[in-house]
Structure formats: C-alpha cells, structure tokens
Design a protein around this ligand. Structure first.
Ligand SMILES: Nc1ncnc2c1ncn2[C@@H]1O[C@H](COP(=O)(O)OP(=O)(O)O)[C@@H](O)[C@H]1O
Ligand SMILES: [Mg+2]
Length: 359
C-alpha cells in the first residue's frame, strides 16, 4: 500500500482550504484538489515539497512562479488566487483555479495524434496566453504538453490553459525589489525534448525560445512523434542544436499534411531565433489557415507588435507605462467627444439662426 500523502485530508490556513486528493506530481512538489467552503468552490493547490522548502534556490523559484502567474490575466493562462507559506510547517503553496480535464500529454496518449483542425485552434489560444506573458517580460521556458491543460469549461471541451511557470524568467525590470535572477547564462535547464537550441546551449532566452518549444509541441501533437529520432535526452539536446527537423509527412507517411504547414513548422523550428516567427501572435496567424473553421473563428491573440524588433523581453515597457498609455487613450476619446458635441451644437445653432433670419 502506498504511504498516505501528508497533505491529503488536511485543513490548511486555519481551515480555509480542505485538501481532498492529489491530482498531479512534478519535480518540485504536488498539485492537490481542495475545497474552499467559504467561497463554495473547488481550487487546485500546488505545494512545494516540504523537504525542498529549505532549498533557497527552489523556494525562490517557486515564489517567482507564483509572482509571474499572478501578473497574468489571459483567459488561457491558469488563474492564481493566492500564494504564500503555510504557518504549520513553512511549506510554500499556490492556490489556483481548479481545472477539469486532462493535460495535452495525457490527451495525446489517450486519443493518439490530434488532427490539425483540433490541434491548431488549441495552439492559437496558447499563443494568446504567451503573447500576454511575453508582453510583460515573462518567458515561460518550460513549454511541453504536460504544461498545457485542456479544460472543460462552459460547455467547451478543449479550452487550453497554460500551466507551470516554474521556470519562467521575469526580466529585471519586472521583478520586485529584493528578488534575484536565479538562472545564469551557461546553465542548461528545461525539458530536453522541447528545448530550443539556445536553451540547449545555456544561452540567454527570449520569447522566441518559447515559440520553438511550442512548435515542437505542435509537431508532437500532430504526429505522435518528436521532430528528431533520439535515444537519450542528451541526444535530443544535441539534435535541437545541429539537426534539421524531419518533415511531417516523412515522419508519418500514412498522414498527409499540407506542405505549407510543414513550412510554417520549419520556420518556427529554425535553429536561429531571428529566422523564426518573432512573436507568438505572428506564429498563431501563420497557423490559422490550417486550423479549419474553429481556428478562423478565434480572435487574433493579443496585439501584434508592428515594430520589426523581436519580442525581446528586456525591451518591453513596464506595466506602469502601458497603463499611462491607457489613460492617454481615454483622454483622446474625451477630447473627440467634446469636439463632436461642439460640432452638433454649432450646426444646431446655425440651423436655428437661419430659420430666425428666414422669418
Ligand atoms: N489548476 C489545475 N487544475 C487541475 N490540474 C492541474 C492544475 N495545475 C496542475 N495540474 C495537474 O498537475 C500536473 C503538474 O502541475 P504543474 O503545475 O505542471 O507542476 P510541476 O511544476 O510539478 O510540473 C499538470 O500536468 C496537471 O495535470
Ligand atoms: Mg509541469
């Protein structure tokens, strides 16, 4: 019999949450389903393994994940309600919306490869979530099928939610005072199968590394296979850096894919970031023609940057400036409104004057 999990059945935070069952486990801890009676809802709580809570690097990474996620409000990013430290034993926790469904890895294992008309609408929505993160200077850095959840929400089955910003990097500008950047250049981290060449080489990453990983995910979802054959994680890392990808139709000859879709994937999987799509929105728009009617109906993810510059995280405006931009937009609207009112009053007065003169 498996030893009982130390959190299952526990009330935490003075009884605010009751932990019911474990729903996921990763390297850093576990995710639990819990009830929050005061709000009459279920939540998901990710708890950093108590054994790891005294590892300063992991604790800071966990806090960074919570902070990064709480800045994001895109509907395709999992919502964070709260985070902190349990009084009882100092374990770190993140309270999130509870999602019903399966992650993309479980879905592909259960359903097999997914056709483009189903996979591409999912990917376009994930691009929307990433565009928001990138605009805020947050690079996910660990995109893989396990970190994309297909939720059942409001009668929709494949509602994607991006999870697990555990390796996300927030640029210096965006970080709160006192926090430090943990992953230095030269350190390799992430998941070998989905790593961009620059990630595999321990280089500094920007939004375009996430675009590469997203393209590997799409490749795997469409074919059930990765874009290279390799026998070990090390071999994957090496092939991401040096080997050209195998075209879709060669990888699974029994399926026919439009050759233009192969070209879109090949571009997103370019070894050099400057040869890829430069933003998640741009990648989404390139995919849209191959995603059937559902893809056509989706709104464009985020606003596409019209600047030719890549979505470099350090060059993004801090949120304060964007909110100031919002204010100036609303004052422009007010000025236009006043101008329109003056025009109407002017025209009406002229009409009345002419009538008066006419009499
Ligand atoms: N909010 C949630 N609702 C439902 N299931 C979730 C939620 N968050 C995570 N999970 C499940 O738990 C797994 C691990 O969560 P994740 O955040 O990726 O943790 P880790 O950092 O340990 O990889 C996910 O793949 C998913 O299946
Ligand atoms: Mg994960």
């Amino acid at each position: 019999m498996r030893p009982k999990d130390q959190f299952v059945g526990r009330d935490i935070l003075g009884g605010e949450y009751q932990i019911l069952e474990k729903i996921g486990t990763g390297g850093m801890g576990s995710v639990y389903k819990a009830s929050q009676p005061a709000m009459n809802r279920m939540v998901a709580i990710k708890i950093l393994h108590p054994k790891l809570a005294n590892r300063k690097d992991l604790a800071s990474r966990f806090r960074r994940e919570a902070r990064a996620m709480s800045q994001l409000s895109h509907p395709n990013t999992v919502k964070v309600f709260n985070f902190g430290e349990l009084e009882e034993d100092g374990s770190l926790y993140i309270v999130m919306e509870m999602l019903e469904g399966r992650n993309l890895n479980q879905t592909v294992r259960k359903d097999g490869p997914i056709p483009p008309e189903r996979a591409i609408p999912i990917l376009i929505q994930v691009c929307g979530a990433l565009q928001e993160a990138h605009d805020l200077g947050i690079v996910h850095r660990d995109l893989k099928p396990e970190n994309i959840f297909l939720a059942r929400q409001g009668g929709i089955n494949d509602y994607p939610k991006v999870l697990d910003f555990g390796l996300a990097k927030v640029t210096e500008r965006q970080m709160n005072p006192g926090s430090i950047i943990l992953t230095q250049e030269g350190m390799v981290f992430g998941t070998p199968e989905f790593m961009s060449p620059e990630q595999a080489q321990g280089k500094t990453l920007d939004a375009r590394s996430d675009i590469y990983s997203l393209a590997v995910i799409l490749y795997e979802v469409l074919t059930g296979k990765l874009p290279f054959s390799a026998k070990s994680p090390m071999e994957y890392i090496q092939k991401h850096v040096t080997e050209p990808i195998i075209p879709l139709s060669e990888r699974v000859p029994e399926h026919r894919f439009p050759s233009a879709l192969d070209e879109v994937l090949a571009r997103a999987l370019s070894k050099k970031p400057e040869q890829r799509f430069q933003s998640a929105s741009e990648f989404a728009e390139a995919l849209r023609p191959y995603g059937g009617p559902a893809a056509q109906a989706l709104p464009a993810p985020g606003q596409t940057s019209s600047a030719p510059e890549p979505a470099r995280t350090s060059e993004r405006r801090p949120p304060l400036q964007s909110s100031a931009g919002g204010q100036s937009q609303s004052s422009t609207a007010l000025l236009l409104g006043v101008a329109a009112l003056c025009l109407i009053v002017g025209v009406l007065s002229a009409v009345m004057l002419m009538r008066f003169l006419g009499h």
